[in-house]
Design a protein around this ligand. Structure first.
Ligand code: FES
Length: 910
């Protein structure tokens, strides 16, 4: 058949049943992204004869004789469509995975569509931005003449809102993600999942699958390395239990890998999976975490011991924390003039990043294993793959191109181990890409937690005692179970100055889908309980909620940990901005801005506070280097990944500031194990506070070397030399970059030029705060909650890139609204029953109000240029603020998250 794609004729022969998206991608149109396979997300949108369609649900044969336009064909030659220009100008993307499809759909809108914008853009999901900048871009593109800027501010120094270097490529879909490449001869890997939540494989017959033409290999538990590991990755691998085998003879959740097929095509691999015959001995299963830790419960990992980092497998307990200070908690509560208590239940939340998990592996010319992966942790993945296959680390290379969102979900090994196995065994390139259903059934979710909080206080509102009890459901495996439990119970409780505190917390195995790292790393769940209980106390004592926090929250200089507290001993006060955050959020809420409540709806205001350390505990390591080439170009090498957090832009800004160079003279090489010695990875919001700090050190070291060399060449005083855009200016003349490189001593040279390195070991952590405040309206008749005003103040230290940082906060708020009101991975006897976006409600255009963002004026002693992290924390206070507002509106408090329409309606029915 023949069709026209972006003005060029394409003669092709689609396979039976093939969709337009895969046809276009197979012909190199990688700007058409894959997000869901079901027409729900819009990442694959193209124009078909001028009309926007989701190409994943359009049969390819329907395009015969038609004209197809993708994001890269919306405007001629080197130009961009007006909406693409505006998306850049408004910072309308973060990871950018949705952006090409978003551009296509938005390109068809006119001013007449603006009143109906929410509906017109309903099928275009963005998980990162919160939609506000996308809405602004669309409105401006259809209403007025377009001012073409190409990027935000021109001066690329820190503190300016500079657009990402990749912006033009992102809006056209031309910035490559993991699967936006074609390697001839690549095999496809697919997995057969368990139908049972708990079973032992009695026998497995793969003969029919192996006999199917096109099948290259079939692997079962008898074919894989026997060692156990964790899918979770941390700087210290001992932070997670060794409880996972690549393929196991015991399956512990529905969907767990039973066998892997490697075949010439995806269709053959999937057909072969259906031909595998498995006989299971079904084992008793447990789905409720309270039941799981009770006597007589089925045991999920009975053979694991404390040596495997499993605290008590005889009770299904992975991790436990029973600790406190300040004396007897029961006595302290009994002596308190007032007590409040409550128990909150949080839901299973999917990361729902638009780019699914996946990796692509091959052997390079040297026979070295190379894995291209959508990962937040290339170095930690490389190390564990090398360990599993008993390879020297330098025989494995892992790298990540731009990552299409992660939110913690890609701090795991979910595909790379099987890809490595298949590449090493077959010698051929192999790809394994999750479907959207795989994301729900086989990737991790946010730990559901039951959080009980009891507070004691004086009648004036001063806290006297704080008791917190947490039960975390880690699901079938303990990846991140320990860290999430400890972190969730840390800053959420350290935030307040109660003289007596006690924590009982346990993370428990069940036969549910495994939980894992999620933005906030446990704080979002525990803060829901603590901040809701604080609101109950404020109500009981008739004290303003802001005033109650001012009375009880930690102040600068307060002890941040007990003397024997090894987990928090590296916390220090680098700065303090909570007082400003409380003032900013309160005054913004008092303005009464926002939209009016519908007639007859009940209105309430709520607020909540979150505190977070600026990086992970016990070391987060980054090595970086900066190289000056003779042509004046600086090559920046960092290890951390760009997944929408904006660090690649801030890293360029740091180098541009120190080295007085425009972005056109900076080349960034990142997230590649060949680039630098080591980097812990893009998690715990460490992209600026660790990797950025290391790059700052490398840039300063290089600048000093350049001045020293110029001084030696000219005989000038080094202190009189300064680096400028054309070279080093000395009192005796300008020394250009080529001369500096030529004169560099051997010890300071690489094959490319003059090099300097910088490292950061993250051994001290500072503190950041966020305050979220909302006004909501609730329709008691239907349970519908509408957010009228949303405000967040942030203690981000020096703000390196204001537009990007605002985007992180708006996006965190949007994700918090999703968790608060809509999102829940629902399970029935271990089976996920809503494994697609149509049933799992990610906030859409209409669901997310604009969040007003305010920054405290602080500068941190630890961070580069005084910056703090601000990536995870904006998410944490949102759900409790909304819950508190609902409680104030209705006079009844919701205890079960999400506060969905049916739950709020039932709350009103008593
Ligand atoms: Fe929209 Fe990441 S920028 S999904």
């Amino acid at each position: 058949m023949r069709l026209d794609v972006n003005g060029e004729t394409l003669d092709t022969d689609p396979r039976a049943g093939q969709c337009l998206r895969t046809l276009l991608r197979e012909h190199g149109h990688h700007e058409v992204k894959k997000g869901c396979d079901a027409g729900d997300c819009g990442a694959c949108a193209v124009l078909l004869d001028g009309q926007p369609v989701h190409s994943c649900i359009v049969p390819a044969v329907r395009a015969e004789g038609s004209s197809v336009t993708t994001a890269s064909g919306l405007a001629p030659d080197d130009t961009l469509h007006p909406v693409q220009e505006k998306l850049i100008e408004h910072f309308g993307f973060q990871c950018g995975f949705c952006t090409a499809g978003m551009s296509v759909t938005a390109s068809t809108l006119t001013a007449a569509d603006l009143p109906d914008l929410d509906r017109r853009m309903k099928g275009s999901l963005c998980r990162c931005t919160g939609y506000r900048p996308i809405r602004a871009a669309i409105e401006e593109s259809v209403l007025g003449p377009v001012r073409t800027t190409g990027r935000g501010e021109v001066d690329p120094v820190v503190g300016r809102s500079v657009s990402p270097e990749a912006a033009r490529r992102v809006v056209q879909g031309l910035e490559p993600y993991t699967f936006d490449t074609s390697i001839p001869g690549t095999l496809t890997l697919r997995v057969l999942g368990s139908p049972h939540p708990h079973a032992r494989i009695a026998s497995i017959d793969t003969s029919a699958a192996r006999a199917l033409p096109g099948v290259v290999a079939v692997y079962t538990h008898e074919d894989v390395p026997g060692g156990r590991y964790s899918t979770a990755r941390h700087e210290h691998r001992e932070d997670d239990p060794d409880d996972t085998r690549m393929l196991d003879e015991v399956v512990r959740f529905v969907g767990q890998r039973v066998a892997a097929v490697v075949a010439e095509t995806a269709a053959v691999a999937e057909e072969a999976c259906r031909l595998i015959r498995v006989s299971y001995d079904v084992l008793p299963a447990v789905f409720d975490p309270e039941e799981a830790r009770s006597a007589g419960a089925p045991l999920v990992h009975p053979d694991r011991t404390p040596d495997d980092r499993v605290a008590g497998s005889e009770r299904n307990v992975v991790a436990a924390l029973h600790d406190g200070f300040g004396g007897d908690i029961h006595a302290a509560l009994a002596a308190s003039e007032v007590t409040v208590t409550g128990t909150w239940q949080t839901s299973r939340v999917s990361h729902a990043q638009l780019e699914t998990h996946g990796s692509l592996g091959w052997l390079d010319d040297d026979g070295r294993l190379v894995i291209r992966s959508s990962t937040q942790v290339p170095f930690l993945t490389r190390d564990e793959i090398a360990r599993i296959f008993d390879l020297p680390a330098d025989r494995v290379r892992v790298f990540a191109p731009r990552v299409g969102g992660g939110f913690g979900g890609k701090q795991e090994i979910f595909t790379e181990d099987l890809v490595a196995l298949a590449v090493l065994r077959t010698g051929r390139p192999v790809s394994y890409e999750f479907s959207r259903a795989d994301e729900f059934r086989r990737a991790s979710v946010r730990h559901p937690m039951r959080v009980s909080v009891t507070l004691g206080a004086t009648r004036k509102g001063e806290l006297t005692a704080m008791k917190v009890d947490v039960l975390s459901d880690t699901g079938a495996y303990g990846n991140h179970a320990i860290g999430v439990l400890f972190h969730g119970c840390a800053e959420s409780i350290t935030l307040y100055r109660a003289p007596t505190k006690w924590i009982d917390a346990e993370a428990v195995y069940t036969n549910n889908v495994p939980s894992g790292a999620f933005r906030g790393y446990g704080l979002g769940q525990v803060i829901l309980g603590v901040e809701s209980a604080m609101d109950m106390l404020a109500e009981r004592l008739d004290i303003d909620p802001f005033a109650l926090r001012r009375l009880n929250a930690v102040r600068e200089g307060d002890p941040l940990h007990e003397e024997d507290d090894k987990y928090e001993e590296d916390l220090v006060w680098g700065s303090y901005g909570l007082d400003q955050c409380l003032d900013l959020a309160e005054s913004a809420l008092r303005t009464g801005n926002g939209v009016a409540a519908p007639a007859g709806w009940q209105v309430g205001e709520g607020m909540a506070v979150a505190m977070i350390a600026t990086m992970a505990p016990r070391g987060h390591i980054a090595h970086t280097s900066v190289t000056l080439r003779p042509d004046g170009v600086y090559v920046l090498s960092v290890g951390t990944a760009e997944f929408g957090n904006g660090t690649s832009t801030v890293h360029r800004q740091i180098a541009a500031t120190v080295l007085r160079a425009g972005f056109d003279r900076l080349r960034l090489r990142s997230s590649d194990t060949d680039a630098v010695a080591h980097d812990t990875g893009a998690f715990a919001s460490a992209g600026i506070t660790v990797a950025g700090k290391a790059l700052h050190a490398a840039s300063l070291a290089l600048e000093a070397r350049m001045r020293r060399i110029a001084a030696e060449i000219t005989g000038a005083e080094e202190s009189a030399c300064r680096l400028e855009e054309d070279g080093v200016h000395t009192p005796n003349g300008v020394v250009d970059f080529a001369r500096i490189v030529a004169a560099a001593p051997e010890a300071e040279r690489s094959e490319h030029g003059l090099v300097a390195t910088g490292s950061e070991f993250g051994d001290l952590r500072s503190i950041a705060f966020n305050v979220h405040a909302v006004r909501v309206a609730v329709d008691a008749a239907t349970g519908t909650v509408r957010i009228l005003q949303s405000v967040q103040s942030a203690d981000a230290g020096f703000v390196m890139n204001p537009a990007q940082c605002i985007g992180q906060i708006e996006g965190g708020a949007a994700q918090g609204i999703g968790s608060a009101l809509y999102e829940e991975v629902m399970m029935d006897a271990g089976t996920v029953v809503n494994p697609m976006f149509r049933q799992y409600r990610v906030p859409q255009f209409a669901d997310v109000p604009a969040t007003e963002v305010y920054f405290a004026d602080t500068s941190d002693d630890l961070g580069p240029f005084g910056a703090k992290s601000m990536s995870e924390s904006p998410y944490n206070p949102v759900a409790p603020a909304i819950g508190n507002a609902i409680a104030r509106a209705l006079g009844r408090r919701p205890f079960e998250q999400p506060f969905s329409r049916d739950r709020v309606w039932r709350l009103m029915q008593g």
